[in-house]
Design a protein around this ligand. Structure first.
Ligand code: ZN
Length: 198
């Protein structure tokens, strides 16, 4: 790294702060960036700054919202004693589209991935456990059926079980390695209805 200029070194350093980016990948990206058209770099950096400034997480479920607390968490029509844990806001959207789920959510913003150096401390696990100190009957683990999604579900189950709260896992109707976003609503509904106790 010391062979490069100070400017590119600092770019590489900034990029390595992102999860899953080691020096090697960061270096490759840094060189990609300096070869990109200037206007693309500008719009990329502007999009990052704007997103960081404007988008915030719901104080309760951590989905993306423009308000302090999202409409789902604010709703009195939802069952706040059932919390479905999903990986990303887009998974929440997929389940909302089924119109069949009346509980609330918790968005992890990722999954545990030792290979990429992502530990439970890097996703919203602490925040979930804090919520469970309240009145909760069931936690539905709806992380994906990828190796990481399954591993994350196992870890969460271990954390939650001692509290006595029911921990369930969505049925494996979701294709292996499948991205929840692309699974149809019927499959999601079946996965939810067929959930099993962990
Ligand atoms: Zn919320």
């Amino acid at each position: 790294m010391e062979h490069y200029s100070k400017t590119i070194n600092s770019l590489i350093e900034e990029l390595t702060r992102l999860p899953g980016l080691g020096v090697k990948t960061a270096t490759r990206l840094a060189f990609h960036i300096i070869n990109m058209p200037k206007e693309h770099v500008k719009s990329l950096s502007e999009a990052m700054v704007t997103a960081r400034e404007k988008v915030k997480y719901c104080n309760e479920c951590y989905t993306i919202t423009d308000e302090e607390v999202c409409p789902i968490c604010r709703s009195s029509k939802r069952n706040h004693k059932v919390i479905m844990v999903v990986e990303e806001p887009k998974d929440l959207v997929a389940y909302e589209k089924t119109g069949q789920y009346d509980g609330v959510y918790h968005v992890l913003h990722g999954v545990v991935n030792p290979q990429l150096g992502i530990s439970p401390a890097d996703i919203k696990v602490r925040e979930l456990l804090k919520r469970l100190e309240g009145d909760v009957d069931e936690v539905i683990l709806a992380t994906g059926s990828t190796t990481e999604g399954e591993a994350t579900a196992m870890i969460l189950s271990k954390y939650i079980k001692p509290s006595g709260i029911n921990v369930t896992r969505i049925a494996s109707g979701v294709p292996v390695g499948g991205d929840l976003e692309y699974v149809d609503e019927v499959t999601l509904m079946r996965a939810l209805e067929g959930r099993v106790r962990m």
